[in-house]
Each structure stands twice: as structure tokens, then as C-alpha cells.
Write a protein that binds this ligand. Sequence first.
Ligand SMILES: Nc1ncnc2c1ncn2[C@@H]1O[C@H](COP(=O)(O)OP(=O)(O)OP(=O)(O)O)[C@@H](O)[C@H]1O
Ligand SMILES: [Mg+2]
Length: 328
Amino acid sequence: MRIVGRETECTRLADMLDEARAGHGCSVVLRGEPGIGKTALLDHLAENADGCTVVRATGVEFESEPALASLSELIGPLFEVLRELPARYADVLMALVPQKIDDSAAPAVTGGGRHAIYAATLTLLTAAAARRPLLCLIDEAHWIDDVSASALLFTARRLLADPALIVFATRDVPEFDAPGIGTLRLEGLNGQASLQLLAHGCLAAPGATLTDASITFFTLDDNKDSDTLLSIQVLDRNNRVAASATGFFGQFGDGTTRPVTLKVRSGFTWDALQAGHLRLNIQPHGDDTWKFGYELDLNFSDGDFAPTIQSRLSLSEDNKTRLDPLQF
Ligand SMILES: Nc1ncnc2c1ncn2[C@@H]1O[C@H](COP(=O)(O)OP(=O)(O)OP(=O)(O)O)[C@@H](O)[C@H]1O
Ligand SMILES: [Mg+2]
């Protein structure tokens, strides 16, 4: 990710990361309007966090995001650390590890359960930071589910003597309130930086090639049956398949998150994928209506990253295929 301008913000975040590396944990909320460059700044920070463990979670715009989805996204890469926690903490979070979520997961969290999750999250992130400095990036924080948000804010306020930096990025909306945590407000880029950005378009090198592709499905309140075949294809502007996966992938239960890695074919450039599509097709065995959303993530050889996010979709035996434009 080549970032334009933002010298002040980059320096401030780099300083915070240095402080964190030295054992003075801190956290900050990046606030700014849509498209101002919050995610760009998080990407830049992640790419310049040498020697750190970087974990990320992104809130998704759903009327009813699966409970604990964001926490689960964050915990997945820390599984090795989680396994070594005392059982009273490990057990609370183990059910949230993405690979381990089965159809009965998405535990109901009420009353004391919340506090157990807060304490377990703090313990996990402290333990991860003790191994290697930890950079924890929470994007679209205004959309993360309530329990994940509370657990992360609880943790952020207490990770003061640990090598950890937690950065939340949120639109300037009241949904994400973070009392006690400092704010870094993003204003528009200055004239020169805007011109530079305009001159480079979205800044991806048009010749950069697709290197990795993955899609994460968020099933809402209507599951995908285990015997419904799912075919996923990323198509370029000429409808050639650039990345794909086909399989049953098991049942996608209500309220669960399922990542699927796509097989990438070589030689597909950013340029060719502009104006491309994501094609999803299901072949149900009998009746099946699946209600879901997804985030498709495409990574390119120059480090650029393009997400396509859709919510409130439905496929069924009467409506087996959808074709969505790639969003970049
Ligand atoms: N300083 C910058 N340098 C390079 N690219 C930038 C910069 N700021 C924004 N962009 C580009 O502009 C587009 C929008 O930025 P970005 O997605 O980071 O905004 P955002 O604040 O996260 O928006 P949202 O609230 O919708 O998530 C992206 O393609 C991003 O790469
Ligand atoms: Mg963003």
C-alpha cells in the first residue's frame, strides 16, 4: 500500500508502535468520514510493523452481525497462544476460533458471560504481546458487534504495561463510543497529496497481478445445507476465471462466519480485474434458501488489496446464481 500524504498521522502511529514495542502499551481511535483513508492508514501501519504480530478484525454492515464475529476473526491467528492459556480463559474463547465454529456455535452471551469474555480477551492479547509485540487493528469499528467492541475496549484500556498497540478505525458516528481512548482525527488530504492521489487513481499499479484471493461468508438467519454445492468464481472484465473454488464446504449455520480460500490462476492483472465480477452459484439438493453476506479479498503483487463486501443476499433453488461487480 503506497500511502500519499498523511505524514503527521503516520509519524504519530509509528511513534505509538515504537512505544508499544518498548512495553508501553497504548491504543487510539482513528476517526473520519467514509473514504478519507482510515483503512489505508491501517494497511500502511500493518505493512510497517516489523517484528510484530499483527491481528485484524473488520466490522461488517449487517443488521444482525453474528454475535462475536469480530472477536472470532481476531482470535483465529492467535490459536497457538490461546491453547496455552489457563483453561478458564481458553475455554471461553475456544468456541470462537473460526475453524472451530460449528453450526451450534455463536454462543449466547449474557450477564456474567460477557465479563468472562472480556477477561479472556485481555488475557489472550497480553499473552500474545508477551511473545512478540502485538499490533491489533480493528477496522470499521462502528459495525463490530456489541460484545466484541466491549471486550476490545475493555482490553485496550488495560494493556498499558504490555508491548501492544490497538488501533480502532471508525466513521464519525455515535455507534462507536470509546471513552478513555485517545482520538486521531483524519481530515481531508492537503492539496498536493490529493493531486498526487488523483494522478495515480486508486494507486494500484495496473500491471500488478492477483496473488491471493479469499472470501468469507457470513450466514444470517437461513443456513446453507451441507449438501448444497457452492461454486465461487472471480471473473475478469472478459469473463475469464481468475480465481475459483467449488465444493460443499459443509453446512453454513445461522450466524456463522466461513472463510474459503480461492485457487488463483496466474497472470491476472489489477487492470484486467477492474470491471470484473464475482459469480456465485449454488446447486441445492432439494430445497435450500441461503441468506448471507460476504467479503471477497483480492491481494495483488504490489501489496495492494481490494475488498468487495456485500450484505443481505440470498440464493435458493429458484435463484441459483448471482453476479456482483468487483468493488475497485
Ligand atoms: N493517503 C492515501 N494514500 C493512498 N491511498 C489512499 C489514501 N487515502 C485514501 N486512499 C485510497 O482511497 C480509497 C478510500 O480510502 P479508505 O478505504 O482507506 O477509506 P476509509 O476511511 O477506510 O473509508 P470507509 O469509512 O468507507 O471504510 C482507497 O482506495 C484507499 O486506498
Ligand atoms: Mg475503511
